[in-house]
Design a protein around this ligand. Structure first.
Ligand code: TPP
Length: 283
């Protein structure tokens, strides 16, 4: 399935951007002394692939009617989204410094109407997929060609309204809707298997009538290929089940629930930034 058709330079560029975004995520959360680094680091490669390769968007005209839509349903991972939006030109990079400050457009969870590029408010888990279903139906009614992408978390799949939305998307045959599951295995305070088992998640979505595509959520060639395949699915919604690692890219954070909602201290940040830079240089 992964036939290596994506140019080396494209992959190298996306990797470099993702590295910069990882630095942003760590700096923003440390500066705010709050926020969610773990799930932001697991999601970032996918969000970079969307904003820097896939989405048909116009950052200087964020409300352009024909744009593709991306909804971050797991809204706590918004440092990843804010970093991408800034680097893609929706707003100045300097705004990242105000993350979680009172009055800042970059609140601790995305807020529609406050920050350019945010397509839906999110934070209360479970809602984004339903919003995406509504947008996909609206696009069809308006005879528009744009696509709707919704990122959900695996802990988020504990929410019943994810499954109501999954049923509706399939009932309405929403081929213009692609969900992306950030499947890092961890949720707020432990492994899914200990808190609430969601496996076999691929079989569950298949049973709900979805086309299921599996991918490595940190390999840009996989992610891009999966997004291309999703665009070719007819008559039903698609989901990319992306295998990811919570805290990916920073050894002390990887696969540890404790980093779900805790930022680095100043001295930890220095260590993490050195590690990221070293990894970047080594490709
Ligand atoms: C309705 C609702 N219940 C509880 C929370 C608190 N909460 C925030 S993040 C989270 C865990 C989410 O896990 P997952 O979707 O796997 O996120 P990830 O590991 O990718 O960060 C919880 C329970 C919430 N935001 N919304």
């Amino acid at each position: 399935m992964y036939i290596g058709m994506i140019k080396k330079e494209v992959l190298a560029r996306l990797k470099r951007i993702a590295l910069d975004c990882r630095e942003d995520i760590l700096k923003m959360t440390t500066e705010a002394n709050s926020g969610h680094p773990g799930g932001s680091l697991s999601a970032i490669d996918i969000i970079v692939a969307l904003y820097f390769h896939k989405l048909n968007i116009r950052p200087h005209n964020p409300n352009w009617a024909d744009r593709d839509r991306f909804i971050l349903s797991k809204g706590h991972s918004c440092p990843a989204l804010y970093s991408c939006l800034a680097r893609r030109g929706y707003f100045p990079l300097a705004w990242l410094k105000g993350f979680r400050n009172i009055g800042s457009p970059l609140q601790g969870h995305p807020e529609l109407g406050k920050c350019p590029g945010i397509e839906a408010s999110s934070g209360p888990l479970g809602q984004g997929l339903g919003v995406g279903v509504g947008m996909a139906l609206a696009a069809r009614l308006d005879k528009k060609k744009h696509r709707i992408y919704v990122m959900i978390g695996d802990g988020e799949c504990d929410e019943g309204n994810i499954w109501e939305s999954a049923m509706a998307a399939s009932h309405f045959r929403l081929a213009n809707l692609t969900a992306i599951l950030d499947h890092n295995g961890l949720q707020i305070d432990g492994w899914n298997r200990d808190v609430m088992e969601i496996e076999p998640i691929a079989a569950k979505f298949k049973a709900f009538g979805w086309a299921v595509i599996e991918a490595d959520g940190h390999d840009f060639s996989h992610i891009i290929e999966a997004l291309t395949l999703a665009g070719k699915i007819k008559n039903r919604p698609s989901i990319i089940i992306a295998k990811t690692i919570k805290g990916k890219g920073v050894a002390m954070m990887e696969n540890k629930a404790e980093w779900h909602g805790r930022p680095c201290t100043g001295s930890e940040l220095k260590v993490c930034l050195v590690e990221l830079e070293k990894n970047g240089k080594n490709g």
